[in-house]
Design a protein around this ligand. Structure first.
Ligand code: ZN
Length: 86
């Protein structure tokens, strides 16, 4: 039994998204981010956080998360720091 190496196939490298991911804000919509690696799109409120190939959350993404409008879950407790517990 002999294994024949097929160089053409061996050189077919499918790069995983993780090695390419780089999230950048799009020009069209400052709340919309796009992954330069796999073409995914993300915007604040999507329920997950995009991470670059190096494992860090891009500064632009963190900024977007901080400044994005939050869901209505906290409505009525806008200023929780003054809660007196009546
Ligand atoms: Zn990606």
């Amino acid at each position: 039994m002999q294994v024949t190496w097929q160089a053409d196939q061996v050189e077919l490298v499918v790069r995983p998204c993780l090695s390419l991911c780089q999230w950048v804000p799009t020009r069209a919509d400052e709340d919309l981010f796009a992954c330069q690696g796999c073409g995914s799109q993300w915007r604040p409120g999507a329920g997950w956080t995009p991470v670059d190939a190096d494992g860090h959350v891009p500064a632009e993404v963190r900024h977007a998360l901080l400044t994005s409008v939050r869901p209505a879950a906290g409505a009525g407790r806008a200023d929780s720091s003054t809660t007196t517990g009546s």
